[in-house]
Ligand binder design. Sequence first.
Ligand code: CDP
Ligand code: CDP
Length: 222
Amino acid sequence: FPYIPVIAIDGPTASGKGTVAQLVATQLGFHYLDSGALYRLTALSALRNAVALNDEQALAKLAETLQCSFTNGDIFLAGENVTLAIRAEEVGNAASKIAALPALRQALVALQLRFRTAPGLIADGRDMGTVIFPDADLKVFLTASPEARAQRRYKQLIDKGFSANMQDLLKDLNERDARDANRAVAPLKPAEGAYLLDTSNLTVHQAVEQVLGWYADVKKPV
Ligand code: CDP
Ligand code: CDP
């Protein structure tokens, strides 16, 4: 059967992974996997069903039976449009906590692999290049300074109608970075062979062009 290419984009919160990945996906006509959304969906489901954020088995069960669908940029959980609800900071923080649990991560593996369909996939998250798609054609590790990332997240939250405070955001962001980077399973780190891209002083357009340029260089001839 035909080979299906994958581009893996990993990096810390608000480095621009989602924005860049979606634009690259559109350019290449690829599918897009927002793996963080799966952790957020599981977290939302846990918060709503009063499942404790340290109950590993119950959380793994939730993840395994997650009824989610992705259509035209909208995200549904058991038929309900939760596109906005999963972006709340409370959900992001809960997602980051439960993401440290090995059984929960394992429960989401098969679902993530199923996104790899023709003509290709661009996936963003923390462990796309290291764990889920170690054979990715191109691996990119996006970064930006904590200040630039807090600034970006602030603007995003305000634009979506959430209230936000820069000091709290910077604190949350540093905590989440530390938790993601220091956990025992699938810690946030550049995959072997990943191209590093610091977007602190880049526009979205410049970052997208860089990724497309790298992909053109590594792309396998058909
Ligand atoms: O938007 P932000 O970058 O803060 O987060 P996200 O990509 O939506 O992911 C939410 C949380 O899920 C992160 O803080 C990670 O702890 C976790 N996550 C993960 O562990 N592995 C992934 N592949 C994606 C997200
Ligand atoms: O997915 P991740 O959490 O890494 O970031 P995101 O949700 O894509 O958010 C990044 C935000 O920063 C978006 O509002 C982008 O418009 C903005 N931005 C960027 O992504 N890249 C730049 N080089 C400059 C700004």
